[in-house]
Design a binder for this molecule. Structure first.
Ligand code: GLV
Ligand code: GLV
Length: 317
């Protein structure tokens, strides 16, 4: 028996219901609601907004698999799942290009002040070409800083070559020479990443190490002309501090697809004109979301047939 926790592309239900009994819930559930529903199921197809806590896992005695419909899985208590021998899977690879595109959409939107221009036109304030109107910053040949050079970070870096950018990156481990050469990317310290990036794009998962990695202290070290983009998880930066940095002009602008307390957004951030805000659309294309649905369903099928899933988050040793 399989439980799909929220609205998803039909592909997941279609695939799973051929072989299993599937219950499809079609609205966001709270932890309390999940607790009351998950008991009978062998597999859950969850979204990044579902709190899959130790209590939820405990209240589902037959559970063998939590297939998260996302590449990130910070919504799931992994230690508790592992202890209970429950597979946790995510949807990597299939959403890499779409997410890299949204990061680039934000980079260009910030650099060229596209949302501000759009608002100006719609508000009837375009009175003709003006040599000093809404001046942005060049992207061409600038330093593209990547925090977290995983699949998505690499795809963003690869696109940077089209703009003739120098790529610098920081993460725990240095990539191989081969990868660095292919991306024309240079490993730098976190402090150099802050100092040298003209555009700093965040692509790390949210972990205890990356939580609040960007606070006022870090924004102060960045260039005043810099653009900060986050399409991974909102809590990698302090939202209050970012709002303050934008207000004080410590950086030029920010582009966000994710928020620290999603779906709530800091009131000052909402007021900041030099900030482009998207409603967590990273993987949001028809094709990508279909691929994610099918991959999540495949993972569940494999586990319920006694196999190793295709994209597990951890392995049992
Ligand atoms: C989206 O945020 C994801 O983790 O897939
Ligand atoms: C701008 O529209 C230009 O022609 O330079």
């Amino acid at each position: 028996m399989v439980f799909i926790t929220n609205r998803l592309p039909k592909a997941a239900y279609q695939k799973l219901s051929k072989n299993f009994k599937v219950t499809w819930n079609k609205s966001q559930l709270s932890e309390k609601q999940l607790l009351s529903k998950v008991k009978p199921y062998h597999a859950l197809l969850t979204t990044l907004a579902d709190p899959i806590t130790a209590s939820v896992l405990r209240s589902s005695p037959n559970l063998q698999c939590v297939a998260n419909y996302a590449v990130g899985y910070n919504n799931i208590d992994l230690a508790a799942a592992k202890k209970k021998q429950i597979w946790v899977t995510n949807t990597p690879d299939v959403l890499t290009e779409a997410t890299a595109d949204i990061a680039w959409a934000l980079i260009l939107a910030c650099a060229r002040r596209i949302p501000e221009g759009e608002r100006l036109v719609r508000n009837g304030k375009f009175k003709g070409w003006n040599p000093l109107m809404l001046l942005g910053v060049d992207v061409n040949k600038k330093n593209l800083g990547i925090f977290g050079m995983g699949r998505i970070g690499k795809a963003v870096a690869r696109r940077g070559r089209g703009w003739g950018m120098r790529v610098i990156y920081h993460q725990r481990h240095r990539e191989s020479r081969v990868v660095e050469n292919r991306l024309n990317a240079t490993f730098v310290s976190f402090s150099d990443l802050l100092k040298r990036s003209d555009i700093l794009s965040v692509h790390s998962p949210l972990t205890s190490e990356t939580s609040h990695r960007f606070t006022l202290v870090e924004f102060k070290k960045m260039k005043r002309t810099a653009i900060f983009v986050n399409t991974s998880r909102g809590a990698v930066h302090s939202e209050k501090d970012l709002a303050m940095a934008l207000k004080r002009g410590l950086i030029f602008s920010a582009g966000l697809d994710v928020y620290e307390f999603e779906p709530k957004i800091d009131a000052d951030l909402l007021k900041a004109q030099n900030c482009t805000l998207l409603p967590h659309l990273g993987s949001g294309t028809v094709e990508t979301r279909d691929r994610m649905a099918i991959l999540a369903a495949e993972n569940i099928e494999l586990v319920l047939r006694g196999h190793t899933p295709k994209t597990p988050v951890f392995n049992f040793k």
